[in-house]
Design a binder for this molecule. Structure first.
Ligand code: UD1
Length: 443
Protein backbone atom coordinates (compact mmCIF):
# COMPACT_ATOMS: atom_id res chain seq x y z
CA UNK A 1 0.00 0.00 0.00
CA UNK A 2 1.47 3.39 -0.99
CA UNK A 3 3.23 5.28 1.76
CA UNK A 4 3.14 2.54 4.35
CA UNK A 5 6.80 1.57 4.16
CA UNK A 6 9.92 3.65 4.38
CA UNK A 7 13.65 3.05 4.18
CA UNK A 8 15.80 3.45 7.25
CA UNK A 9 19.35 4.44 6.35
CA UNK A 10 22.14 4.38 8.88
CA UNK A 11 24.71 6.97 7.88
CA UNK A 12 28.34 6.02 7.39
CA UNK A 13 29.83 2.92 5.86
CA UNK A 14 31.13 2.39 2.37
CA UNK A 15 29.80 0.29 -0.44
CA UNK A 16 32.07 -2.63 -1.14
CA UNK A 17 31.58 -5.77 -3.20
CA UNK A 18 29.74 -6.82 -6.31
CA UNK A 19 26.24 -6.19 -7.51
CA UNK A 20 24.49 -7.31 -10.73
CA UNK A 21 22.13 -5.16 -12.76
CA UNK A 22 19.20 -6.82 -14.55
CA UNK A 23 17.50 -5.78 -17.77
CA UNK A 24 16.36 -2.15 -17.90
CA UNK A 25 12.93 -1.13 -16.62
CA UNK A 26 12.65 1.43 -19.41
CA UNK A 27 13.36 -1.24 -21.98
CA UNK A 28 11.40 -4.18 -20.57
CA UNK A 29 8.15 -2.19 -20.31
CA UNK A 30 8.35 -1.26 -24.01
CA UNK A 31 9.44 -4.77 -25.05
CA UNK A 32 6.34 -6.11 -23.27
CA UNK A 33 4.19 -3.66 -25.24
CA UNK A 34 5.97 -4.65 -28.47
CA UNK A 35 4.89 -8.27 -27.90
CA UNK A 36 1.34 -7.06 -28.72
CA UNK A 37 2.44 -6.64 -32.34
CA UNK A 38 2.46 -10.39 -33.03
CA UNK A 39 -0.07 -13.11 -32.30
CA UNK A 40 1.46 -15.93 -30.22
CA UNK A 41 3.96 -16.24 -27.40
CA UNK A 42 6.87 -13.84 -26.95
CA UNK A 43 9.34 -14.08 -24.07
CA UNK A 44 11.42 -11.34 -22.52
CA UNK A 45 14.39 -12.30 -20.40
CA UNK A 46 16.37 -10.61 -17.59
CA UNK A 47 13.25 -8.86 -16.32
CA UNK A 48 13.73 -6.95 -13.05
CA UNK A 49 11.54 -7.83 -10.04
CA UNK A 50 9.95 -4.38 -9.76
CA UNK A 51 6.45 -3.00 -9.40
CA UNK A 52 6.28 -1.49 -12.90
CA UNK A 53 6.70 -4.84 -14.68
CA UNK A 54 3.83 -6.19 -12.54
CA UNK A 55 1.63 -3.26 -13.58
CA UNK A 56 2.50 -3.80 -17.25
CA UNK A 57 1.75 -7.54 -16.89
CA UNK A 58 -1.65 -6.65 -15.43
CA UNK A 59 -2.35 -4.23 -18.28
CA UNK A 60 -1.53 -6.90 -20.88
CA UNK A 61 -3.76 -9.42 -19.09
CA UNK A 62 -6.64 -6.97 -19.27
CA UNK A 63 -5.99 -6.70 -23.00
CA UNK A 64 -6.64 -10.46 -23.24
CA UNK A 65 -3.03 -11.70 -23.19
CA UNK A 66 -1.90 -14.69 -21.14
CA UNK A 67 0.99 -13.35 -19.08
CA UNK A 68 3.36 -15.38 -16.92
CA UNK A 69 5.69 -13.15 -14.99
CA UNK A 70 8.47 -15.12 -13.36
CA UNK A 71 10.14 -12.76 -10.93
CA UNK A 72 12.61 -15.50 -9.95
CA UNK A 73 14.68 -13.82 -7.29
CA UNK A 74 16.26 -17.03 -5.96
CA UNK A 75 19.64 -15.67 -6.97
CA UNK A 76 18.90 -12.36 -5.20
CA UNK A 77 17.44 -9.16 -6.68
CA UNK A 78 20.25 -8.97 -9.25
CA UNK A 79 19.04 -12.14 -10.94
CA UNK A 80 16.62 -11.25 -13.70
CA UNK A 81 13.36 -13.13 -14.21
CA UNK A 82 11.38 -13.56 -17.39
CA UNK A 83 7.94 -12.78 -18.75
CA UNK A 84 5.99 -14.87 -21.26
CA UNK A 85 3.25 -13.05 -23.11
CA UNK A 86 0.71 -14.98 -25.15
CA UNK A 87 -1.04 -12.52 -27.45
CA UNK A 88 -4.45 -13.43 -28.91
CA UNK A 89 -5.40 -12.96 -32.59
CA UNK A 90 -7.46 -9.93 -31.61
CA UNK A 91 -6.26 -8.22 -28.43
CA UNK A 92 -8.45 -5.83 -26.45
CA UNK A 93 -7.90 -2.16 -27.13
CA UNK A 94 -8.69 -0.28 -23.95
CA UNK A 95 -6.20 0.70 -21.21
CA UNK A 96 -7.92 1.98 -18.06
CA UNK A 97 -7.03 4.94 -15.89
CA UNK A 98 -6.42 2.86 -12.76
CA UNK A 99 -3.33 1.32 -14.41
CA UNK A 100 -2.18 4.31 -16.48
CA UNK A 101 -2.35 6.46 -13.36
CA UNK A 102 -0.07 4.04 -11.52
CA UNK A 103 2.41 3.89 -14.36
CA UNK A 104 2.66 6.54 -17.02
CA UNK A 105 4.67 4.25 -19.31
CA UNK A 106 1.37 2.37 -19.98
CA UNK A 107 1.00 4.90 -22.78
CA UNK A 108 3.43 2.78 -24.82
CA UNK A 109 0.60 0.39 -25.77
CA UNK A 110 -0.94 3.19 -27.86
CA UNK A 111 1.19 2.65 -30.98
CA UNK A 112 1.19 -1.17 -31.05
CA UNK A 113 -2.55 -1.50 -30.35
CA UNK A 114 -3.43 1.09 -32.99
CA UNK A 115 -1.33 -0.84 -35.51
CA UNK A 116 -2.77 -4.24 -34.51
CA UNK A 117 -6.44 -3.35 -33.91
CA UNK A 118 -7.03 -0.20 -35.98
CA UNK A 119 -8.38 1.47 -32.85
CA UNK A 120 -7.32 2.05 -29.26
CA UNK A 121 -8.45 3.92 -26.14
CA UNK A 122 -5.79 4.67 -23.55
CA UNK A 123 -6.57 6.72 -20.45
CA UNK A 124 -4.73 10.01 -20.58
CA UNK A 125 -2.08 10.11 -17.85
CA UNK A 126 -2.07 13.21 -15.68
CA UNK A 127 1.03 15.16 -14.66
CA UNK A 128 3.39 13.52 -12.27
CA UNK A 129 6.08 14.30 -9.77
CA UNK A 130 8.76 15.09 -12.33
CA UNK A 131 6.65 17.64 -14.14
CA UNK A 132 4.02 18.12 -16.78
CA UNK A 133 4.48 15.44 -19.42
CA UNK A 134 2.52 16.24 -22.58
CA UNK A 135 1.81 13.71 -25.33
CA UNK A 136 1.59 16.08 -28.29
CA UNK A 137 4.48 14.43 -30.17
CA UNK A 138 3.02 10.93 -29.69
CA UNK A 139 -0.30 12.18 -31.05
CA UNK A 140 0.94 14.25 -33.99
CA UNK A 141 3.31 11.44 -35.04
CA UNK A 142 0.51 8.87 -35.13
CA UNK A 143 -1.70 11.38 -36.96
CA UNK A 144 1.02 11.70 -39.61
CA UNK A 145 0.64 7.93 -40.13
CA UNK A 146 -3.08 8.48 -40.86
CA UNK A 147 -4.73 7.99 -37.45
CA UNK A 148 -7.52 10.25 -36.20
CA UNK A 149 -7.06 11.01 -32.53
CA UNK A 150 -9.36 12.67 -30.01
CA UNK A 151 -9.58 12.95 -26.26
CA UNK A 152 -12.94 11.72 -24.96
CA UNK A 153 -13.92 11.36 -21.30
CA UNK A 154 -10.29 11.25 -20.19
CA UNK A 155 -9.26 8.71 -22.86
CA UNK A 156 -7.06 9.22 -25.91
CA UNK A 157 -9.08 7.54 -28.64
CA UNK A 158 -7.10 6.76 -31.78
CA UNK A 159 -8.59 5.21 -34.91
CA UNK A 160 -7.17 3.98 -38.21
CA UNK A 161 -9.85 1.63 -39.56
CA UNK A 162 -8.09 1.21 -42.91
CA UNK A 163 -4.66 0.76 -41.35
CA UNK A 164 -1.73 3.14 -41.05
CA UNK A 165 0.40 4.50 -43.89
CA UNK A 166 4.10 5.28 -43.66
CA UNK A 167 5.06 8.97 -43.58
CA UNK A 168 7.81 11.40 -42.69
CA UNK A 169 7.64 12.39 -39.01
CA UNK A 170 9.69 15.19 -37.46
CA UNK A 171 9.90 15.32 -33.68
CA UNK A 172 10.38 18.73 -32.04
CA UNK A 173 12.46 17.04 -29.34
CA UNK A 174 13.95 13.51 -29.29
CA UNK A 175 11.24 12.16 -26.98
CA UNK A 176 11.82 8.57 -25.88
CA UNK A 177 8.13 7.71 -25.53
CA UNK A 178 7.02 9.40 -28.77
CA UNK A 179 9.81 7.69 -30.76
CA UNK A 180 8.74 4.31 -29.32
CA UNK A 181 5.04 4.74 -29.98
CA UNK A 182 5.55 5.93 -33.55
CA UNK A 183 8.12 3.19 -34.22
CA UNK A 184 5.81 0.46 -32.91
CA UNK A 185 2.96 1.77 -35.07
CA UNK A 186 5.13 2.18 -38.18
CA UNK A 187 6.36 -1.44 -38.26
CA UNK A 188 2.85 -2.56 -39.32
CA UNK A 189 2.04 0.47 -41.53
CA UNK A 190 1.91 0.36 -45.34
CA UNK A 191 5.12 1.75 -46.86
CA UNK A 192 8.04 3.62 -45.36
CA UNK A 193 8.14 5.82 -42.27
CA UNK A 194 11.04 8.10 -41.46
CA UNK A 195 11.31 9.46 -37.90
CA UNK A 196 13.60 12.46 -37.80
CA UNK A 197 15.12 13.76 -34.56
CA UNK A 198 14.34 10.34 -33.06
CA UNK A 199 15.56 9.46 -29.56
CA UNK A 200 18.79 7.41 -29.51
CA UNK A 201 18.67 5.89 -26.04
CA UNK A 202 20.04 2.30 -25.71
CA UNK A 203 16.49 1.23 -24.78
CA UNK A 204 15.26 2.40 -28.21
CA UNK A 205 18.05 0.41 -29.88
CA UNK A 206 16.99 -2.60 -27.80
CA UNK A 207 13.38 -2.18 -28.92
CA UNK A 208 14.55 -1.97 -32.56
CA UNK A 209 16.48 -5.26 -32.08
CA UNK A 210 13.41 -7.02 -30.73
CA UNK A 211 11.20 -5.66 -33.52
CA UNK A 212 13.78 -6.79 -36.10
CA UNK A 213 13.76 -10.29 -34.60
CA UNK A 214 9.97 -10.21 -35.01
CA UNK A 215 10.44 -9.46 -38.72
CA UNK A 216 10.38 -5.65 -38.82
CA UNK A 217 12.67 -3.76 -41.19
CA UNK A 218 14.32 -0.86 -39.39
CA UNK A 219 17.30 1.21 -40.46
CA UNK A 220 19.26 3.70 -38.35
CA UNK A 221 18.76 2.25 -34.84
CA UNK A 222 20.85 4.34 -32.44
CA UNK A 223 20.92 7.36 -34.78
CA UNK A 224 18.50 10.28 -34.89
CA UNK A 225 16.90 9.09 -38.14
CA UNK A 226 14.94 5.87 -38.07
CA UNK A 227 13.68 4.43 -41.36
CA UNK A 228 11.02 1.77 -41.06
CA UNK A 229 9.65 -0.34 -43.93
CA UNK A 230 6.22 -1.50 -42.81
CA UNK A 231 5.28 -5.20 -43.04
CA UNK A 232 1.89 -7.00 -42.91
CA UNK A 233 2.68 -9.35 -40.10
CA UNK A 234 5.23 -9.89 -37.35
CA UNK A 235 6.05 -13.11 -35.51
CA UNK A 236 6.64 -13.64 -31.77
CA UNK A 237 10.16 -13.84 -30.43
CA UNK A 238 12.39 -14.30 -27.39
CA UNK A 239 14.53 -11.36 -26.41
CA UNK A 240 17.03 -10.55 -23.64
CA UNK A 241 16.68 -6.97 -22.41
CA UNK A 242 19.56 -4.51 -22.48
CA UNK A 243 21.01 -3.97 -18.94
CA UNK A 244 19.68 -1.09 -16.87
CA UNK A 245 22.09 1.82 -17.32
CA UNK A 246 20.29 3.99 -14.75
CA UNK A 247 20.53 1.36 -12.02
CA UNK A 248 24.17 0.75 -13.03
CA UNK A 249 24.82 4.51 -12.87
CA UNK A 250 23.18 4.68 -9.44
CA UNK A 251 25.63 2.06 -8.12
CA UNK A 252 28.56 3.92 -9.68
CA UNK A 253 27.57 7.21 -8.00
CA UNK A 254 26.82 5.47 -4.68
CA UNK A 255 30.27 3.80 -4.74
CA UNK A 256 31.98 7.15 -5.40
CA UNK A 257 30.04 9.09 -2.76
CA UNK A 258 30.69 6.56 -0.02
CA UNK A 259 34.37 6.21 -1.04
CA UNK A 260 33.68 2.58 -1.81
CA UNK A 261 34.70 -0.10 -4.28
CA UNK A 262 31.93 -1.77 -6.32
CA UNK A 263 31.96 -4.08 -9.32
CA UNK A 264 28.76 -3.52 -11.29
CA UNK A 265 28.25 -6.81 -13.11
CA UNK A 266 26.39 -6.58 -16.42
CA UNK A 267 26.73 -2.76 -16.30
CA UNK A 268 27.49 -1.32 -19.74
CA UNK A 269 30.03 1.48 -19.40
CA UNK A 270 29.46 2.46 -23.05
CA UNK A 271 25.89 3.48 -22.13
CA UNK A 272 27.17 5.74 -19.35
CA UNK A 273 30.16 7.46 -20.93
CA UNK A 274 29.50 11.01 -19.70
CA UNK A 275 28.21 9.92 -16.29
CA UNK A 276 31.33 7.80 -15.68
CA UNK A 277 33.65 10.49 -17.03
CA UNK A 278 32.19 12.86 -14.40
CA UNK A 279 33.12 10.33 -11.71
CA UNK A 280 36.67 10.11 -13.03
CA UNK A 281 36.90 13.92 -12.90
CA UNK A 282 35.57 13.70 -9.39
CA UNK A 283 38.54 11.48 -8.46
CA UNK A 284 37.17 7.93 -8.89
CA UNK A 285 38.81 5.10 -10.82
CA UNK A 286 36.61 3.35 -13.35
CA UNK A 287 37.80 0.02 -14.72
CA UNK A 288 35.92 -1.67 -17.56
CA UNK A 289 35.70 -5.43 -17.82
CA UNK A 290 34.71 -6.59 -21.30
CA UNK A 291 32.27 -9.49 -21.50
CA UNK A 292 34.06 -12.79 -22.05
CA UNK A 293 33.03 -16.40 -22.52
CA UNK A 294 30.39 -17.11 -19.88
CA UNK A 295 31.11 -13.77 -18.25
CA UNK A 296 28.82 -10.78 -18.60
CA UNK A 297 31.57 -8.26 -17.86
CA UNK A 298 30.77 -4.91 -16.27
CA UNK A 299 32.70 -2.10 -14.65
CA UNK A 300 34.33 -1.40 -11.31
CA UNK A 301 34.23 1.98 -9.55
CA UNK A 302 36.67 2.78 -6.76
CA UNK A 303 37.14 5.92 -4.72
CA UNK A 304 39.31 6.61 -1.71
CA UNK A 305 39.15 10.35 -1.23
CA UNK A 306 36.51 13.04 -0.88
CA UNK A 307 34.92 13.55 -4.34
CA UNK A 308 35.54 16.80 -6.16
CA UNK A 309 32.48 18.80 -7.31
CA UNK A 310 31.43 18.27 -10.96
CA UNK A 311 29.26 20.43 -13.22
CA UNK A 312 26.58 18.52 -15.14
CA UNK A 313 24.04 19.34 -17.85
CA UNK A 314 21.31 16.77 -18.54
CA UNK A 315 20.40 16.05 -22.16
CA UNK A 316 18.86 13.24 -24.23
CA UNK A 317 21.22 10.30 -24.88
CA UNK A 318 24.19 10.33 -25.33
CA UNK A 319 24.04 13.33 -22.96
CA UNK A 320 24.01 12.97 -19.17
CA UNK A 321 20.76 11.13 -18.27
CA UNK A 322 18.11 13.17 -16.45
CA UNK A 323 17.33 10.03 -14.42
CA UNK A 324 20.78 10.32 -12.80
CA UNK A 325 20.23 13.94 -11.75
CA UNK A 326 19.43 13.11 -8.09
CA UNK A 327 22.61 11.02 -7.92
CA UNK A 328 24.85 13.83 -9.14
CA UNK A 329 23.16 16.35 -6.82
CA UNK A 330 23.69 13.99 -3.89
CA UNK A 331 27.36 13.52 -4.88
CA UNK A 332 27.95 17.25 -5.18
CA UNK A 333 26.31 17.91 -1.83
CA UNK A 334 29.27 16.17 -0.11
CA UNK A 335 31.94 17.05 -2.67
CA UNK A 336 34.90 19.38 -2.33
CA UNK A 337 33.90 22.64 -4.06
CA UNK A 338 30.81 24.04 -5.76
CA UNK A 339 29.04 22.82 -8.89
CA UNK A 340 26.35 23.95 -11.29
CA UNK A 341 23.83 21.29 -12.32
CA UNK A 342 21.44 22.09 -15.17
CA UNK A 343 18.27 20.11 -15.92
CA UNK A 344 17.02 20.31 -19.51
CA UNK A 345 14.52 17.47 -19.79
CA UNK A 346 12.00 17.51 -16.90
CA UNK A 347 11.18 20.81 -15.21
CA UNK A 348 10.19 19.44 -11.80
CA UNK A 349 13.18 17.19 -11.11
CA UNK A 350 14.41 19.83 -8.67
CA UNK A 351 11.60 18.95 -6.23
CA UNK A 352 14.30 16.60 -4.97
CA UNK A 353 16.42 19.60 -3.91
CA UNK A 354 14.08 20.57 -1.07
CA UNK A 355 14.40 17.10 0.41
CA UNK A 356 18.18 17.18 0.03
CA UNK A 357 18.21 20.53 1.85
CA UNK A 358 16.45 18.83 4.79
CA UNK A 359 19.62 16.75 5.14
CA UNK A 360 21.59 19.98 5.42
CA UNK A 361 22.80 20.19 1.80
CA UNK A 362 23.70 23.67 0.56
CA UNK A 363 21.63 23.76 -2.64
CA UNK A 364 20.00 26.65 -4.47
CA UNK A 365 17.92 26.50 -7.63
CA UNK A 366 17.21 29.18 -10.17
CA UNK A 367 15.00 28.07 -13.05
CA UNK A 368 16.53 24.91 -14.41
CA UNK A 369 19.92 25.52 -12.79
CA UNK A 370 21.02 24.37 -9.38
CA UNK A 371 24.13 25.45 -7.50
CA UNK A 372 25.45 22.98 -4.94
CA UNK A 373 28.18 23.85 -2.44
CA UNK A 374 29.65 20.69 -1.01
CA UNK A 375 29.85 19.95 2.73
CA UNK A 376 31.96 17.30 4.47
CA UNK A 377 28.86 15.44 5.72
CA UNK A 378 25.10 15.82 5.67
CA UNK A 379 22.90 15.32 8.69
CA UNK A 380 20.29 12.53 8.84
CA UNK A 381 16.59 13.48 8.90
CA UNK A 382 13.19 12.17 7.72
CA UNK A 383 12.69 12.87 4.01
CA UNK A 384 10.20 11.82 1.32
CA UNK A 385 10.73 10.19 -2.09
CA UNK A 386 8.76 11.97 -4.81
CA UNK A 387 9.73 9.66 -7.63
CA UNK A 388 11.80 6.56 -8.34
CA UNK A 389 15.15 8.24 -8.90
CA UNK A 390 14.72 10.86 -6.18
CA UNK A 391 14.07 8.01 -3.73
CA UNK A 392 17.32 6.27 -4.69
CA UNK A 393 19.20 9.60 -4.53
CA UNK A 394 17.90 10.28 -1.02
CA UNK A 395 18.96 6.84 0.21
CA UNK A 396 22.44 7.58 -1.15
CA UNK A 397 22.45 10.97 0.56
CA UNK A 398 21.40 9.23 3.78
CA UNK A 399 24.51 7.04 3.54
CA UNK A 400 26.75 10.12 3.71
CA UNK A 401 24.76 11.75 6.53
CA UNK A 402 25.43 11.56 10.24
CA UNK A 403 22.85 9.50 12.13
CA UNK A 404 19.68 8.02 10.71
CA UNK A 405 17.75 9.12 7.62
CA UNK A 406 14.30 7.78 6.84
CA UNK A 407 12.97 7.93 3.27
CA UNK A 408 9.20 7.58 3.15
CA UNK A 409 7.08 6.44 0.20
CA UNK A 410 9.39 3.49 -0.42
CA UNK A 411 7.03 2.25 -3.15
CA UNK A 412 8.48 4.80 -5.59
CA UNK A 413 11.87 3.10 -5.32
CA UNK A 414 10.24 -0.33 -5.70
CA UNK A 415 8.98 0.79 -9.12
CA UNK A 416 12.51 0.87 -10.52
CA UNK A 417 15.08 -0.82 -8.26
CA UNK A 418 14.77 -4.57 -7.56
CA UNK A 419 15.47 -5.29 -3.87
CA UNK A 420 17.36 -2.02 -3.38
CA UNK A 421 17.74 -2.30 0.41
CA UNK A 422 18.78 -5.94 0.12
CA UNK A 423 21.39 -5.11 -2.50
CA UNK A 424 22.73 -2.22 -0.41
CA UNK A 425 23.05 -4.53 2.60
CA UNK A 426 24.94 -7.06 0.47
CA UNK A 427 27.42 -4.24 -0.21
CA UNK A 428 27.94 -3.73 3.51
CA UNK A 429 25.78 -0.71 4.46
CA UNK A 430 22.86 -0.58 6.87
CA UNK A 431 19.65 0.10 4.93
CA UNK A 432 16.41 -1.57 6.01
CA UNK A 433 12.68 -1.19 5.42
CA UNK A 434 10.20 -0.46 8.14
CA UNK A 435 6.59 0.51 8.60
CA UNK A 436 6.17 4.26 8.29
CA UNK A 437 4.37 5.33 11.49
CA UNK A 438 3.47 8.72 9.99
CA UNK A 439 1.87 7.07 6.96
CA UNK A 440 -0.28 4.95 9.28
CA UNK A 441 -1.39 8.08 11.13
CA UNK A 442 -2.30 9.75 7.83
CA UNK A 443 -4.09 6.60 6.65
C1 UD1 B 1 11.46 8.23 -20.62
C2 UD1 B 1 11.86 7.43 -19.40
C3 UD1 B 1 12.27 8.35 -18.25
C4 UD1 B 1 13.36 9.29 -18.71
C5 UD1 B 1 12.93 10.02 -19.98
C6 UD1 B 1 14.03 10.90 -20.56
C7 UD1 B 1 10.46 5.46 -19.57
C8 UD1 B 1 9.35 4.66 -19.00
N1 UD1 B 1 10.73 6.62 -18.97
O1 UD1 B 1 10.31 9.00 -20.28
O2 UD1 B 1 12.77 7.52 -17.20
O3 UD1 B 1 13.60 10.25 -17.69
O4 UD1 B 1 12.55 9.06 -20.99
O5 UD1 B 1 15.16 10.18 -20.79
O6 UD1 B 1 11.12 5.06 -20.51
N2 UD1 B 1 7.52 15.74 -24.24
C9 UD1 B 1 6.64 16.61 -24.85
N3 UD1 B 1 5.69 16.10 -25.68
C10 UD1 B 1 5.58 14.75 -25.94
C11 UD1 B 1 6.50 13.88 -25.31
C12 UD1 B 1 7.48 14.39 -24.46
O7 UD1 B 1 6.70 17.82 -24.65
O8 UD1 B 1 4.72 14.35 -26.72
C13 UD1 B 1 8.57 16.29 -23.34
C14 UD1 B 1 8.44 15.80 -21.90
O9 UD1 B 1 7.54 16.58 -21.18
C15 UD1 B 1 9.86 15.96 -21.41
C16 UD1 B 1 10.70 15.64 -22.65
O10 UD1 B 1 9.82 15.80 -23.76
O11 UD1 B 1 10.10 17.29 -21.02
C17 UD1 B 1 11.28 14.24 -22.66
O12 UD1 B 1 10.28 13.29 -22.49
P1 UD1 B 1 10.39 11.83 -23.06
O13 UD1 B 1 11.73 11.63 -23.68
O14 UD1 B 1 9.20 11.55 -23.89
O15 UD1 B 1 10.35 10.95 -21.75
P2 UD1 B 1 9.44 9.69 -21.42
O16 UD1 B 1 9.37 8.79 -22.60
O17 UD1 B 1 8.16 10.14 -20.79
Amino acid sequence: MPGVERFRVEGGGRLQGEVRVTGAKNSVLKLMAAALLAEGESTIVDVPAILDTEIMAELLRRLGCGVELDQATDGGPGAGGSVRIDVPAVPGHEADYDLVRRMRASICVLGPLLARCGQVSVARPGGDNIGSRPLDMHISGLERLGATIETEHGFIVAKAPRGLTGAQVWLDFPSVGATENILMAAVLAKGTTVIDNAAREPEIVDLCFMLEQMGAKIGGAGTSTLEIQGTDRLTPTRHVSVPDRIVAGTWAYAATMTRGDVFVRNGRAEHLEIALDKLVRSGATVERVAPGEGDEGGFRVRMDERPKAVDVVTLPFPGFATDLLPMVLALNSVADGAAMVTENVFEARFMFVDELARLGADVRTDGHHCVVRGKERLSGAPVRAHDIRAGAGLIMAGLVSDGVTTVSDAYHVDRGYPGFAEQLRSLGVDVTRETDPDALLEG
